[in-house]
Every structure is written in structure tokens, then in C-alpha cells.
Design a protein around this ligand. Structure first.
Ligand code: IMP
Length: 201
């Protein structure tokens, strides 16, 4: 299927493995938040965490309130300044509430660092983070992550909510892109119809 230069990507986390880990994370969160007076507010960071949040809250056996926030990514021209801003804020007032930030992946940590500080200022009863993936090798801002699904290597990944130029969020597996240059040249390279049978066999 990919005659030129071999496979540009392969499955890093298969859907079954993700489902298993999501169940485990949800089990831990269920026991940690079971006895709290009010339901925790799970804050999904748009757009990458939407699919993870949807699976996570359905796997948990407690009452959960959900909300979403959207953060601009830092401008490449600003280098590693960590300057980000809230593009879409929460609808809920989280003061006095238990807040669980749900992230897709923590890379440099700049986004999460900003978000943690911004949410702390709203004086929640508690603030924790659950991230599906941790690319710890790339960390610039050391930031606590209370629940981590998977430690992943320093590779660009797509699928299960994560995108490349807006594409591939709907892939059920997480793929590691080995040839980013080819994908940049041809953003539709990993189309589902081609990729799924090819990489799974
Ligand atoms: P950070 O501020 O560098 O930690 O970046 C966090 C955000 O960058 C994540 O929430 C993702 O939206 C995006 N991101 C980081 N690494 C990847 C990747 O490998 N694939 C897709 N998006 C990524």
C-alpha cells in the first residue's frame, strides 16, 4: 500500500490496549472520588482529549460532571515561551469543586503548566490531571500528572483524538508517525481505508 519508502506510520497503542488502560484509569478515579460530597468536574482539553474523555467517563462508576476548555497552542515564533491563552473557557464555576483535567498527551508540558495555574486561581477543592499519554522525554516545564495512561517515546502520534492538521482524530488506534516529512508533503497519507488493514496485519 505504501510503495515509496515503506510504512510512514505504525500502531503504537492498539484500540484493545487503550480500552484496557482506560478501564484501569477509570477504576482508580472511581475509588479516589467515590466519597466526595459533590461529583468531580472532568475538564476535557479540546480538541484532542474529547475521545479519551468520552471513554473515560463512561468507564467510571461515579457521578461525573463534564466541561471543556480550549487552549491556543503556543506560537512557533515564540519558541518555547509557553505563551498560551484560553480560547474557550469553562461554562462551570469550579471554585470549591474537585477538578480533573483530562488531557490527550503531555509533550513539553507548557500547555498543562499554564492550565494548572489558570485553574488553581479559581480555587477548586482539588485539582488533578489525567493524561492518556506522557511524552516525558520532551518535557520543558516540569508539571505534575497524577494519572498517566501510557509513557510514549518521542514520536509524533495521531489517532484516538490526536490530529495532524485536523485529520486522523477518528482513528481508533494511536499511530506513531515515523516519516513526518512524507506526511507533511501528503497530509492525507494515512487515510483510514489504506492504513487500517495495512498496519494491523
Ligand atoms: P505541550 O504544551 O507541548 O505539552 O503540548 C500539548 C498539546 O500538543 C497536546 O495536548 C496535543 O494537542 C499537542 N501534541 C503534542 N504532541 C503531539 C503529538 O505527538 N501528536 C498530536 N498532537 C500533539
Amino acid at each position: 500500500m505504501f510503495p515509496e519508502g515503506g510504512r510512514p506510520a505504525e500502531i503504537l497503542l492498539a484500540r484493545e490496549r487503550i480500552a484496557e488502560r482506560v478501564e484501569e484509569l477509570a477504576g482508580g478515579l472511581t475509588s479516589d472520588y467515590l466519597k466526595r460530597p459533590e461529583p468531580p468536574v472532568f475538564v476535557g482539553v479540546l480538541r484532542g482529549a474529547a475521545i479519551f474523555l468520552a471513554d473515560l467517563v463512561r468507564a467510571a462508576s461515579i457521578d461525573i460532571v463534564t466541561d471543556f476548555i480550549s487552549i491556543s497552542s503556543y506560537d512557533a515564533s515564540e519558541g518555547q515561551s509557553g505563551i498560551v491563552r484560553i480560547v474557550k473557557d469553562l461554562d462551570l464555576d469550579v471554585s470549591g469543586r474537585d477538578v480533573v483535567v483530562v488531557e490527550d498527551i503531555v509533550d513539553t508540558g507548557l500547555t498543562l503548566n499554564y492550565l494548572r495555574n489558570a485553574l488553581e486561581q479559581r480555587q477548586p477543592a482539588s485539582l488533578r490531571v489525567v493524561a492518556l499519554m506522557d511524552k516525558a522525554a520532551r518535557r520543558i516545564a516540569p508539571v505534575p500528572i497524577e494519572y498517566v495512561g501510557f509513557e510514549v517515546p518521542d514520536l509524533f502520534v495521531v489517532g484516538y483524538g490526536l490530529d495532524f492538521q485536523g485529520r486522523y482524530r477518528n482513528l481508533p488506534d494511536v499511530l506513531a508517525v515515523h516519516d513526518l516529512a512524507r506526511l507533511i508533503n501528503d497530509p492525507g497519507l494515512l487515510q483510514q481505508g489504506h492504513l487500517k488493514p495495512n498496519v494491523r496485519c
